[in-house]
Design a protein around this ligand. Structure first.
Ligand code: TMP
Length: 225
């Protein structure tokens, strides 16, 4: 029996700890016989990874940045996300369009209306229904105070253009995520990312158990990691 694909995205400010849980979740889905594609944005295809390097390192204005991010996103959707969903796979993507609204929109102050236009352009005409705009089935939001995230990141690695921003930037980004979550509460699951790793994992798996996407057995095994 074929199962429908699932498109799940993970969001939060830099340092919120989302990336470390994505592989655990992939393993939990695989244990249940699902095929999982793990990817990230900007990135996920050879072209999109090149655009990622530019966006994270080269100075540019907010419109150029947004255009490159959406170009990378369309390439990623066309070549990785849509084919995987059509095969009935679970796609776990580290960041997606909510990050653009949070970072370029709220963080950099770029026009939200232009971002909505780019979103519609980049995310339609992909699947069989030409009018369908691809959006995640679920977005897991790792919510963490910017001050705590900054402490976690301090000295961890050489910061990219975004990680190097002051804490005020991340306050705006965090507010951007809160606004996106308030506008689409049925799509968002908020996790308290200030808790320790094990508790965050428990919160995460309980979201998937409640949705019927993971069995309780797997959730508790994952919690032992
Ligand atoms: P990562 O370090 O979580 O992989 O994300 C790369 C950086 O890119 C991160 O600082 C957030 C930023 N970013 C944007 O500014 N806009 C976007 O649309 C995406 C996907 C990421």
């Amino acid at each position: 029996m074929s199962r429908p694909g699932l498109f799940i995205t993970f969001e939060g400010i830099d340092g919120a700890g989302k990336s470390s849980h994505i592989e655990g979740l992939a393993a939990a889905f695989r244990t249940q016989g699902r095929t999982v594609t793990v990817s990230r944005e900007p990135g996920g295809t050879p072209l999109a990874e090149k655009l990622r390097t530019l966006v994270l390192n080269d100075p540019m204005d907010a419109l150029t940045e947004s255009l490159l991010i959406f170009a990378a996103r369309r390439d990623h959707l066309l070549n990785v996300i849509e084919p995987a969903l059509a095969r009935g796979e679970v796609v776990l993507c580290d960041r997606f369009t909510d990050a653009t609204f949070a970072y370029q929109g709220a963080g950099r102050g770029f026009d939200l209306g232009v971002l909505s236009t780019l979103e519609r352009l980049a995310q339609t005409g992909l699947a069989q229904d030409p009018l369908l705009m691809r959006e995640p089935d679920l977005t897991v939001w790792f919510d963490l105070a910017p001050e705590v995230a900054a402490e976690r990141l301090a000295g961890a690695r050489v910061p990219d253009r975004f990680e190097a921003q002051p804490v005020e930037f991340f306050r705006r980004v965090a507010q951007g995520y809160a606004d996106r979550a308030a506008a689409a509460p049925q799509r968002f699951a908020r996790l308290d990312a200030a808790q320790d790793r094990h508790r965050v994992w428990q919160q995460l798996t309980s979201v998937f158990v409640r949705k019927g996407w993971l069995a309780i057995m797997v959730a508790s095994q994952g919690g032992m990691q």
